[in-house]
Write a protein that binds this ligand. Structure first.
Ligand code: ADP
Ligand code: ADP
Length: 237
């Protein structure tokens, strides 16, 4: 069974131009993502990529259609069940979204605090995560003292804190230079291989998809216009 499944998903917003009309940000998308995939979602700005991916952790709700994650239709979850599910879904962002007044270690510990982990377990977990992303020496620094690539590695460590099964990456390398992009993609690949985390990666850059994804969906104007193995979708005609 797929770990994430979209079934005829539509997301409409009130139209900005036609009074009383609607605008389809996501237009009848059906898509399966399988456990262990690195699944790239590619398309121009405004294609509906973020809206689609934010439905995986119910930051957005479909107008019609259903989203099933790890065997559960998200529409059927209570608030408490949804919070539990979100601990199994980490997310990283283009602008990193770190807490500027917390240190690196405090940022990574934050999801563990929310989950009421015992303090000594938190300390050990944060240590292991910072070791994994290569930032042990920077534990007591603040985000403003880090490079973009280092900030994203903190974001990845924080997203992994509660042992998620799924990692959502929304333009996670778009603010980074090519060399740093490469390093962050290699880290995401290690996350996928070492922990079996399914990675859903939004990007507008073909090179990013080609470098690490095994599957890809191409979005345009709210629709998935092509999907399949990266090799097949991008094969020369
Ligand atoms: P992408 O991630 O591919 O850039 P988005 O999913 O962010 O695309 O946006 C798709 C479309 O939906 C855009 O035209 C955007 O302006 C519109 N949109 C997104 N969120 C909202 C919202 N909350 N209200 C109205 N329109 C929205
Ligand atoms: P609220 O419903 O109060 O806005 P949410 O939990 O829906 O709270 O989301 C608050 C913010 O937390 C979101 O804008 C998003 O940036 C972040 N967030 C939500 N879920 C996750 C997640 N699984 N991983 C990382 N960040 C998340």
């Amino acid at each position: 069974d797929p770990i994430i499944s979209f079934d005829h998903v539509v997301k409409s917003y009130p139209s900005a131009t036609a009074p009383g009309g609607t605008f389809l940000a996501v237009n009848d998308v059906s898509l399966d993502i399988h456990e262990g995939d690195i699944f790239g979602i590619i398309g121009y700005s405004g294609a509906g990529k973020s809206t689609l991916v934010r439905m995986i952790n119910a930051l957005e709700r479909p107008t019609t259609g259903s989203v099933t994650v790890m065997g559960t239709d998200l529409a059927e979850l209570s608030g408490k069940q949804l919070r539990a599910l979100r601990q199994k879904i980490g997310m990283i962002f283009q602008q990193f979204n770190l807490f500027s007044t917390k240190t690196v270690a405090e940022n990574v510990a934050y999801p563990l605090q929310l989950d009421h982990w015992r303090k000594d377990y938190q300390i050990r977990r944060v240590h292991d995560l910072l070791e994994f992303v290569g930032l042990l020496d920077h534990a007591d620094k603040y985000p403003s003292q880090l490079s973009g690539g280092q900030k994203q590695r903190v974001g990845i460590a924080r997203a992994l804190a509660t042992n998620p099964k799924i990692l959502l990456a929304d333009e996670a390398t778009s603010a980074l230079d090519p060399q740093t992009t490469m390093e962050v993609l290699e880290l995401l690949q290690r996350v996928n291989q070492k922990f079996g985390v399914t990675v859903v990666l939004i990007t507008h850059q073909m090179s990013v998809v080609q470098q690490i994804a095994n599957c890809v969906a191409v979005m345009s104007s709210g629709s998935v216009v092509e999907t399949g193995d990266v090799y097949d979708v991008f094969a020369a005609p």
